[in-house]
Design a protein around this ligand. Sequence first.
Ligand code: HAS
Length: 545
Amino acid sequence: LTKKDSKLSMAHMWVAFISLLIGGLMGLLQTLVRTGRFTLPFGIDYYQILTVHGVILALVLTTFFIIGFQFSLMSKTVGMSDKERVWAWIAFWVMLVGTIAAATMILLGKASVLYTFYAPLAAHPIFYFGLTLVIVGTWIACFVNFHQLYKWKKANKGEKSPLLAFMVVINMIIWFISTIGVAATVLIQFIPWSLGIVDEINILVSRTLFWYFGHPLVYFWLLPAYMAWYGIIPKIIGGKIFSDGLARLAFILFLLFSIPVGFHHQLLEPGIDPFWKYIQVVLTFAVAIPSLLTAFSMFATFETAGRAKGFNTLFGWFKALPWKDVRFFAPMVGMIAFIPAGAGGLVNASNQLNLVVHNTIWVTGHFHLTLATTVILTFFGISYWLVPVLTGRKLDEKTNRLGIIQTIVWAIGMFFMSGSMHIAGLLGAPRRSAFSEYNGSEQVTEWIGYQYGQAIGGSILFIGIIIMMYTFIYMTFFAPKGVEEFPIAETAEDAEPTPMIFENWRLWIGIAVVLIAFAYTIPFIDIIQNSPPGSPTFKGLIGNS
Ligand code: HAS
């Protein structure tokens, strides 16, 4: 990568890692509050830190890391012109100004609306203006990426695009289409409401538009991890990509199925016709298929790499994997975690089982396994080679060892925290609640051991964050100078050729739009026609006091 490209990606990494520290500290405080033995100082409200935690980690860290990582992939595979880089910097600054505006309002206690921020919780208008800027910034980044691939295709007529560039563009199309929903609710509903121009808001519409965005959001987080699994890990383990076509097919299936599924977050919500919930649940099960393809493809990659190295028994590949290389080890632990994590997702998506787990802390356990383990460990795994590449340094043995320890610490912390959350959730413990004895209810006594389990896990995880921050700073400023490899894998020679229809963007975007229209139009009209008028602003109750 050129110096200019490196600087751009590195700016994103800085925001991501500072977010990790702030957001992680808030997470630790939450788990301590939930033991009932710790109260927050200086009158800080539980929901204020819960909002900082969710927004900073789930929205800010992820978005900056992903966009920074994707810029580096695009620069490496299809190149970035000076003009594109100027726009990429504009995107970065617009996002950053928006983030600072929204974060300031949360820290001032004027936007304790949680990371899902749908009505009836109300925040200060500046929070919503900040969000708008963040979205606009990401849209600029989308168009920079689209332009990069478009230019490459023009210069390389008839050739299939580089796999990683193809994947980045799919992820950004998903992001662009889904953020239209959140932009609509922010601009049409929240800004006029928070400014007092209207005094009512349709809560169901706001929740529906949020979840139209909220579910594809989780795949916007997951797909960069899959980019590393498909396109980088094979190189690190000394193997080849099992099938370029299969990898592209998985990403196309995400484009088709990750958006028309938001209702699976609203299964218990009155006001949405059960038939349409049913349709979206079917589509939810369809979106698990590309993950199953990915699991297959990863096993196949491991096995073929192992066999090529002479490990020819059924499970011989296991021994052939470079367990002592943190660039592989951290994402691999993430992959293993995704087996129970994905199974938990399928539980959530099943209507009857959702009755048991919805709004319990099981759901929090689910996304700490998916996002905070599978995705984040893969992001950490990426940073062990990407940060040295960007700073012109080498991943030395000491950092590699520390990274392995960090991964183990993270896995143990998450085992306790997410495990306790899953079990307590099945025992009925609610999510998003500070400590309460619920007037001495007997059931609550069943939860308390698991709340301690969460605090133990949370404390271990915080140690993991400190190690990661140390490693990040070391790799940025102190690691030995040198040239670290940007590990991009090649496809196996005997793989089937990739069908060119996968490059037919109009076709796939067209089908995606038709599916979205099918899954949302009628229920949305229903919601608008039949739902009762909105509720008052709830000013003074939370956030906007
Ligand atoms: Fe989810 C709630 C359903 C995946 C994140 N999810 C959430 C929330 C978040 C979230 C943040 O249907 C909470 C939102 C809130 O605040 O209310 N989720 C699913 C389903 C999947 C799924 C069906 N979720 C994710 C991912 C996330 C994420 C990924 C973040 C990155 N989720 C739900 C539902 C709810 C929900 C409901 C609402 C619950 C409620 O009631 O509120 C699927 O995509 C999962 C498919 C995955 C698999 C696993 C494949 C396994 C692989 C690993 C292979 C391993 C290898 C290593 C190769 C089928 C690919 C092997 C090596 C060895 C040595 C063994």
